[in-house]
Design a protein around this ligand. Structure first.
Ligand SMILES: *Cc1c(COP(=O)(O)O)cnc(C)c1O
Length: 509
């Protein structure tokens, strides 16, 4: 093999010679990933933001855009190694703060092909096979969610945020809100912040937020809120249109709103003549559908008008892999757009698929490829096994916490999130434990301010979101020991900077 071409950083990734240009660079990348992970030696780099800044400056000194290039291999090696060394790596069993999954190797390999081929899903002439694949996979994923729908279909999104925005947009368009009688969004205090952002971006009134003291939406409160909208409606214009947004898998605790009762509430209001929609934000919980063991928790999901689910959470995809499903493809019509250079009417009439209505974005990555490869590689049983494993790991972790007198368990996990705290700790101590583990590079745990299941004031909890299907029981026990040691080590020990400094904004987000 000729050694020379690999060093020319202007070589292209496509065509028959692309793979030849890529192969040596991939070796460089894989080597740098391995070296960086070994240098980090843990779930995240030790030393906090300052140390990370210094290490990055050392690894890649000088200007980002030097006068003369360093060449492909050196640039790749330097920066990939530095990023890996400074990564919070969700493949480490002690990196468990967020809905930040360790991606499957097979999905990452597929994503490389997506980058190399670079199809753009805004017109058929940029993505002939990719657009066909997206259509097929979207329909099949949507049929999982809405098996009885007339023509289930889905959009591939960047994630829950975009899915919530599009679900709200479709409701606004279908429910005929007007300037003097806009769509009212009703959601729980447990809803994701992006629901509020969606209303704001779409120029709608701020959502009506219902308290969720039990952690989930109360259907009776939703019914009352819908009835309460009448006070706002004027006789001439009829009842105000509304969108109920429920959550299947809250970000803080993984709780699932009572979907069947909420669907009943929405159906009753509709029956009473009110234009109401139901959007379910199942960004986290949606993939439970893949598991025969856990699927029943999503009963009622099929009755929603729109459902968002993320495969970059319980789906082990690299970001981004969001999906917004509808029971009937016709519901997506409001997103249609014309731009002569992308979907001229005569081209569409002549049979070229019109893709512009499949996203509010224009240039768009084929995120569907990694999803399609993963579905095919693992199949239903393979994916169900991964879902079941992380749910089992969470149950096991919760059992270990419950058996440990030094810790308090919030509740049995619904999906794979476990909230716990050192027994008797103050909120400031809980926050300090989390921060110290982060800064020392020993564990990445999340935080959530929620009430105890039996009520009382909200308290700060440590959050373990278990998304690593290969986590071992001994990893879970070690994580518990890290928290206990950290708490014992800092409890009442003045002079340790992080514990004694209380950040006033810290305890209540
Ligand atoms: C993660 C999450 C979101 C946001 O999704 P992104 O993929 O980050 O845009 C929205 N809602 C819920 C319930 C989530 O868990």
């Amino acid at each position: 093999m000729l050694a020379l071409p690999a060093h020319d950083p202007s070589l292209l990734a496509g065509g028959t010679s692309g793979p030849r240009a890529l192969r040596p660079l991939l070796d460089t990348v894989l080597g740098a990933l391995a070296e960086g992970a070994a240098a980090r030696c843990g779930p995240l780099p030790a030393g906090g933001p300052e140390r990370v800044r210094d290490r990055l400056a050392e690894a890649a000194p000088g200007p980002a855009l030097p006068a003369h290039g360093a060449g492909a291999a050196p640039a790749l090696h330097q920066l990939v190694r530095a990023l890996a060394e400074g990564a919070a790596d969700p493949a480490d069993p002690h990196c468990a703060a967020h809905l930040h999954c360790p991606p499957l190797a097979v999905a990452v390999a597929a994503d490389l092909a997506a980058s190399a081929l670079n199809p753009s899903l805004d017109s058929w002439d940029q993505a002939p096979a990719a657009s066909e694949l997206e259509d097929r996979i979207s329909r099949e994923l949507a049929a999982l969610v809405h098996p009885a729908g007339p023509e289930p279909h889905a959009l591939i999104t960047t994630g829950g945020t975009e899915s919530n925005l599009l679900g709200t947009l479709l409701a606004r368009e279908h429910l005929a809100g007007t300037a003097d009688r806009p769509l009212r969004v009703i959601c729980g205090a447990n809803a994701h912040h992006s629901v509020h952002r969606a209303a704001w971006l779409l120029g709608l009134p701020a959502p009506q937020v219902l308290p969720t003291p039990a952690g989930v939406l109360d259907p009776a409160a939703v019914r009352d809120a819908l009835l309460g909208l009448d006070a706002l409606a004027c006789v001439a214009t009829g009842p105000a249109p509304a969108l109920v947004v429920a959550t299947a898998g809250t970000t803080d605790s993984g709780a699932i709103d009572p979907l069947p009762a909420l669907a009943d509430t929405v159906a009753a209001a509709r029956h009473g003549g009110r234009p109401v929609g139901l959007h379910v934000d199942a960004a986290y919980g949606g993939p439970l559908l893949l598991s025969p063991t856990h699927r029943h928790r999503l009963a009622g999901l099929d009755r929603a008008d729109t459902v968002g689910l993320d495969l970059h959470k319980l789906g082990w995809q690299p970001v981004a892999a969001g999906v917004l499903t509808v029971p009937d493809a016709a519901a997506l019509a409001p997103l249609g757009q014309r731009a002569d250079y992308l979907n001229a009417e005569d081209d569409t009439e002549a049979g070229l698929p019109d893709l512009l209505g499949r996203s509010p974005r224009t240039t768009r990555r084929p995120d569907v490829l990694k999803i399609a490869v993963t579905l095919r590689a693992l199949g239903r049983t393979g994916l169900a096994a991964l879902v079941d494993r992380v749910c089992a790991a969470a149950a096991e972790f919760a059992a270990l916490v419950a058996a440990e007198p030094g810790l308090e368990l919030h509740s049995r996990p619904t999906i794979s999130t476990v909230l716990f705290r050192p027994a008797g700790a103050t909120d400031a101590q809980v926050a300090a434990v989390r921060r110290r583990l982060l800064v020392d590079g020993r564990a990445v745990l999340g935080r959530a301010t929620v009430r105890r299941p039996l009520g009382g004031a909200p308290a700060l909890w440590l959050k373990a979101t278990l998304l690593n299907p290969h986590v071992h029981p001994s990893d879970l026990a070690a994580l518990i020991k890290l928290v206990l040691d950290q708490h014992d080590g800092t409890d009442g020990a003045p002079g340790t900077d992080v514990t004694t400094q209380r950040d006033p904004g810290d305890d209540h987000q």
